[in-house]
Design a protein around this ligand. Sequence first.
Ligand code: FE
Length: 345
Amino acid sequence: MPISKGAKPVDINSRKIINGADADVMQLYPMKHHFAWEYYLASNANHWLPTEISMQKDVEQWKSTSGVLTADERQALETVLGFFTTADSIAANNVVLAVYKHITSPEVRMYLLRQGYEEAIHTHAYQYIVESLGMDESKIFNKYREIESIYNKDNMILSFNEGIFDPHFKTGTFENDQKFLENIVVFSLIMEGIFFYSSFAVMFGFQRQNKMVGSAEQIQYIMRDESMHLNFGIQLVNTIKEEQPELWTPEFQQRIIDLVKRAVVLEYTFAKEVFPKGIFGMNAEGFKAYIEHIADRRLNSIGLPSQYNTENPFGWMSEAIDLNKEKNFFETRVTEYKTGGTLNW
Ligand code: FE
């Protein structure tokens, strides 16, 4: 849309996450969605690169023939990488090709640009792990087509591409705005908020055994970024709900609950099938309870009721997530980008 010359400054009240005034996507001020700007600043302060983390010990352990790693552990690492390696590309494509163009808040767009870059850093991290350990790259990166339970998770997510990925899709109708909102839920709450978590737990299992600590640290940084992406997605959903309350119908809420329940089954089925004997003391039952527990938290975060009320069997995961600077999360860092004091995430 052409800029109209000499027009009055943008009316802040017309600024919305979607369906805002057409001409204001270039103008950061007057800013309305301050949370987005805060996320943008915080994520810059958390900047990191995979190459800053030493993989030396991992290389020694991975190549060692004296049984440092069991056969199950080796397979577990390859399998979680098989999921991770394509997951962030799926997330990046959604941010850049589907979500961004429909967003009419420039401050929200600022964070999405940063988020897109972070997804690239994550794919880089997996590439760096696979390359450092001398794994067969094409084998690992192709696992999402070969392991059925990974394929099923990705396929659920990608099936939503038919909606807002369509070049003719436009927000502004009741049906399409709900579709857009559904996309945010699927990608943020389900992909970034549920489908990563069994694999995160396995990586922390390695870390707790003092095994593959470089790889685990890479994943720890990724988990910190992902938890920002998730919380940003939650804010987007809750803000759109405030701006367009008519979208949040009882039928729509039920649709979201059903999607989350479908995702929970896919995620614990993945854990059960790829770790048939369990791993690091986590068994199928534990994964199921853990996934149900976090799914309830995701639902609650957008005002929907718990469906499972399961206790968290992996309490140490919350500790890992709540890790802050005092716990020396950064002690192995080569470079310190952090300049402020906002490392709690
Ligand atoms: Fe992400």
